[in-house]
Write a protein that binds this ligand. Structure first.
Ligand code: DGP
Length: 113
């Protein structure tokens, strides 16, 4: 998946402000922040969309949430943050490597746009 920008970030080939990384998960600041805290949490192995997640991916998908908790604690937004997954262009997905958006540092409304 050499053409995938998030794969390149995970490999360290494209610079990013990484806030957490382990063998299976990487978290880095979004280049176009939509909140005072806006971090993307991705599996290191390429999965294009939430709709492509298989039972074999269940463990790493869980690890995304564990990493989100860790990032929220590190960045001191645990009291209120939003996790978002855009699946497909119609839902606003622009990078086709599965990612959680962790948004915090401000209040959020519902429903989202
Ligand atoms: P989505 O639209 O849900 O697929 O979110 C993709 C996000 O990725 C979007 O908020 C902008 C961010 N993004 C795109 N390219 C880069 C990049 O090269 N570096 C970083 N840090 N973020 C990126």
């Amino acid at each position: 998946m050499s053409e995938c920008i998030f794969c390149a970030i995970v490999r360290g080939e494209v610079p990013a402000d990484i806030v957490y990384q382990d063998e299976r998960v990487t978290a880095f600041y979004d280049i176009h922040p939509a909140a005072p805290v806006h971090v993307l949490i991705v599996p290191n192995a390429h999965i294009a969309r939430a709709a492509d997640v298989t039972p074999e991916d269940a463990a790493v998908v869980g690890e995304l949430f564990v990493a989100a908790r860790r990032v929220a604690e590190t960045l001191e937004v645990s009291e209120g943050y939003r996790l978002v997954v855009n699946n497909g262009r119609r839902a606003g997905q622009s990078v086709f490597h599965l990612h959680l958006h962790l948004l915090g540092g401000r209040a959020f409304t519902w429903p989202p746009g």
